[in-house]
Ligand binder design. Structure first.
Ligand code: PLP
Length: 460
């Protein structure tokens, strides 16, 4: 018999420095989670073993990025690092004008204030927490136009981030194009489980919006992971580089907001970009009010240098293959234990279906919040809720009841090893084995905005 040799997704880097972790006992973890109100956001990171709370700002920077920090030009105005970042945004993404901000939501605030008028409607491929809140604070209403498949955790559609153009057309017919300042398009949709939009769908959307004189604004936080999936799944793209695909995605849109804390491999930073001079002019003016002068936007010069280098590293094919390869490894290992996960496996994390995991809990007993707390107690692995707590309340104060009730296992970029992935899957399997005995939670404190960050719970 001829042997076939499997080739792994190995990392295109080696480890130069390590960060030691504190190992804890179960009684210590029970105490810590009780004190944190059963909200993993309120745990001290010192009490966490493997931290999968988010992939935001948690990447390991490369030696080149750390060297870039030393090249920080901390001039108040006109820092050379600003010009490096501007050149990177133009070269790799193709947008003309750049406004740096302290992180993604700073860009969302400025963009929403400029483009949205009270009474406007902003269609988008599923909401994101801060994005929708800024749209609402500017007087707009968000309308979900993602395809129905995105709301079904078991549906294996390869592009669950796609826009349903019929849903968009219905909104345009109902409100008129003049009430729609832009269509808000996220690449590799976070809230759908890290699911991509196809190039074909983007091109159809671009053609439709051109016809109606509506902009497309790109939430490009995970654009490179989206490009990876296009390369792997879409006809005609298997031979194109991720770098080429990223630029092609951006060319279908008119402007962008970016949290550089994700794909761009830094611990802090973001920006707004636009191809329209008038929008740039206004943004350059507003950024002074909310962030800082338009050549630093709330960032140190060294931060802008690290982003510029991170952008270039992020579009490397080998990097992205290892990045998503590790996430897929975790997902497949969990599946081998029978754990219900969202399919296809996403780009930045594995999303466990808490409704299927804890079917005996109603949504008002917070199944995903409960599961995240139980996992922490089992092994010190920190995950987060993406369900009814994250969805929050509408303008009338009514709870949103999202179809998806998920626990997000988000993998930081270039941080953990394959053995860490094994520990995470084994711990989830241990909780799964005793799932029938798990009771839900009740909310005892609810903040007004983005409640999932600070809400507190007690065991039922
Ligand atoms: C993180 C994120 C944001 C907000 O960015 P911050 O840097 O956290 O302010 C916006 N959109 C998406 C899709 C994100 O993942």
């Amino acid at each position: 018999m001829k042997a076939t040799y499997k080739r792994s997704w190995a990392e295109p880097y080696k480890i130069k420095m390590v960060e030691l972790l504190k190992m804890s006992t179960k009684p210590q973890r029970l105490k810590a989670i009780r004190e944190a109100g059963y909200n993993t956001f309120l745990l001290r990171s010192d009490d966490v073993y493997i931290d999968l709370l988010t992939d935001s700002g948690t990447s390991a920077m490369s030696d080149r990025q750390w060297a870039g920090l030393m090249l920080g030009d901390e001039a108040y105005a006109g820092s050379k690092n600003y010009y490096h970042l501007e050149a990177a945004v133009q070269q790799y993404y193709g947008y003309k004008y750049l406004i740096p901000t302290h992180q993604g939501r700073g860009a969302e605030n400025i963009l929403s204030k400029i483009l949205i008028k009270p009474g406007d409607v902003v269609p988008g491929n599923m909401y994101f927490t801060t994005t929708r809140l800024h749209q609402e604070l500017a007087g707009g209403t968000f309308a979900d136009i993602i395809i129905d498949e995105a709301h079904d955790p078991l549906n294996e559609h390869p592009f669950k981030g796609n826009v349903d153009l019929n849903k968009l057309d219905a909104i345009v017919q109902k409100y008129g194009a003049e009430k729609i300042p832009y269509v808000s398009i996220a690449t590799n949709v976070n809230m759908a489980g890290g699911q991509p939009i196809s190039m074909q769908n983007l091109k159809e959307l671009h053609a439709y919006t051109r016809k109606h004189g509506i902009r497309v604004i790109h939430d490009m936080t995970r654009v490179v992971e989206n490009a990876y999936f296009i390369q792997k799944r879409e006809d005609g793209y298997e031979k194109k580089s991720i770098r080429e695909i990223v630029k092609e995605i951006c060319s279908c849109t008119d402007g962008a907001t970016m949290s550089a804390k994700k794909d761009a491999l830094v611990n802090i930073g973001g920006f707004m970009a636009t191809n329209e001079w008038e929008v740039f002019e206004e943004a350059r003016n507003l950024v002074v009010v909310y962030e800082g002068l338009h050549t630093y936007g709330g960032l140190a010069g060294r931060d802008m240098e690290a982003i510029a280098i991170g952008i270039a590293e992020s579009v490397d094919d080998h990097h992205q293959h290892a990045r998503v390869g590790q996430v897929e490894y975790l997902g497949h290992t969990m599946e081998s234990y029978g754990i219900p996960i969202v399919k296809p496996i996403g780009g930045h994390g594995v999303f466990v279906d808490a409704r299927a995991f804890l079917p005996h809990l109603s949504q008002d007993e917070f199944p995903a919040q409960t599961l995240a707390a139980e996992l922490y107690i089992d092994s010190g692995v920190r995950t987060m809720e993406r369900g009814i707590v994250s969805a929050g309340r509408d303008a009338q104060g009514r709870n949103y009841y999202p179809k998806l009730e998920l626990v997000r296992f988000t993998i930081p970029r270039r941080v953990y090893t394959q053995a860490h992935m094994d520990v995470i899957a084994e711990s989830t399997a241990a909780v799964y084995a005793r799932r029938k005995r798990i009771k839900g939670l009740k909310m005892v404190y609810e903040p007004k905005y983005l409640r999932f960050f600070q809400a507190r719970f007690e065991r039922l």
